[in-house]
Design a protein around this ligand. Structure first.
Ligand SMILES: [Zn+2]
Length: 375
């Protein structure tokens, strides 16, 4: 087994942990149907509006996974309803997917799942039409193929921890808007953050370019460097997934420079070829490699068996750190079928304006001009 250096990262603020009280069968029905309001759900929706990630502690009280999963589903229903009262689209609904095991590359004890959006072929941050009226809704779908088969756009990404596994159960979150601001500033030679509207325009343009180039790249995903305006084809075509994994022979054949590129990384600590390419791509776009990127821009949420974690899937990207082979997750997401919806545009515009975990991550928030503030 190869040893991997521990990643240094701040913990999410204590307010992101929500204790789920004892709930009987009647409470679960009330929670699912909205017959009764629950304080802990209201509190969680407030945390999601501010910090964009919440951890429901369901653990402790339950011994069986199926019982805890029923609680998690009811909590997700209650939360979805509460978020709609706060401006999320009325067409949003809860989607429960099948359980996923954790793939650990051979020779390693745990794996690093590199930052991504869930269902990223149809779910990624885009400008709101409130900020960029010319943005086309069609550009919110990158390809018909992805790791998950569903076509629903995942607004909130949730995981029920069916088994935390034998190594670490850590999900790391990184606010995306300050990374866009940083990439914009780096490519335009600015030392101060740009305006929110400039960031929206920059992202819109990068998405458009990536979609136009998609045919020649056979890529299913808008990669992070592509969203951040990288011009290197290898960064925009390959979407590294597990940090410890290697690329396929086909990838090496297609990009002859790849083999030399993955001999090293920007921070000097990444062990696998995919992790090294990712490390170089963020150095190229935001000026920092993978290990230091975590301490500067990331926040860790630790979870126990039967917890439910829910986070904004668009304004945050997330990674899985140190996951062992025994970790089993059930995705429980809040999704929408169709983003061509005025309620979605205003929800999205607000998501751009939130400053999740502002005290924990290095601040490079875009400036919001007076007339840009939404009411
Ligand atoms: Zn590195």
């Amino acid at each position: 087994m190869r040893a991997v250096d521990a990643i240094e990262i701040s913990s999410a603020p204590e307010r992101c942990n929500i204790e789920v009280p004892a709930l009987n069968d009647g409470d679960l029905v009330d929670l699912s149907t909205g017959r009764k309001q629950f304080d802990f759900v209201r509190e969680a929706a407030g945390v999601l509006d501010r910090d964009c990630v919440v951890r429901f502690r369901i653990g402790g009280r339950w011994s069986r996974s199926d019982e805890a999963l029923s609680v998690a589903k009811a909590v997700a229903e209650g939360l979805s309803r509460e978020l709609k009262q706060r401006g999320a689209p009325t067409k949003m609904y809860v989607e429960v997917d099948k359980a996923q095991t954790t793939y650990v590359p051979e020779g390693f004890k745990s794996r690093t799942l590199l930052p991504h959006h869930d269902a990223a072929h149809v779910s990624y941050l885009t400008p709101s039409k409130a900020d960029l009226p010319s943005f086309q809704d069609a550009h919110r779908s990158f390809s018909g193929r992805g790791y998950t088969s569903g076509k629903a756009h995942k607004m909130y990404q949730g995981i029920f921890i069916s088994d935390a596994g034998e190594v670490d159960s850590i999900t790391a979150y990184y606010p995306l808007v300050p990374l866009i601001a940083k990439a914009y500033a780096k490519s335009h030679g600015l030392s101060r953050p740009p305006s929110l509207k400039d960031c929206a325009k920059f992202l819109g343009k990068n998405i458009e370019l990536a979609i136009t180039a998609r045919e020649n790249r056979s890529a299913n995903y808008l990669t992070l460097p592509a969203a951040l305006g990288s011009h290197l084809e290898v960064f925009n075509s390959l979407a590294p997934h597990a940090g410890e994994a290697d690329f396929s022979a086909e990838n090496y054949e297609r990009f002859p420079r790849l083999r030399t590129m993955v001999e090293h990384c920007a921070c000097g600590k990444c062990v696998g070829a995919q992790g090294r390419l990712f490390c170089q791509s963020i150095q190229d776009t935001v000026g920092i490699g993978w290990y230091p990127f975590n301490s500067a821009h990331g926040v860790a949420v630790r979870s126990d068996t039967f917890d439910l974690i829910m986070a904004n899937n668009l304004s945050l990207i997330h990674a899985g750190l140190g996951g062992g082979a025994g970790r089993i997750l059930v995705p429980i997401c809040l999704v929408i079928e169709d983003t061509d919806d005025p309620q979605y545009e205003s929800w999205l515009a607000n998501a751009w304006r939130q400053q999740p975990m502002r005290d924990e991550v290095q601040s490079f928030w875009p400036t919001i001009e007076k007339n840009d503030v939404l009411v």
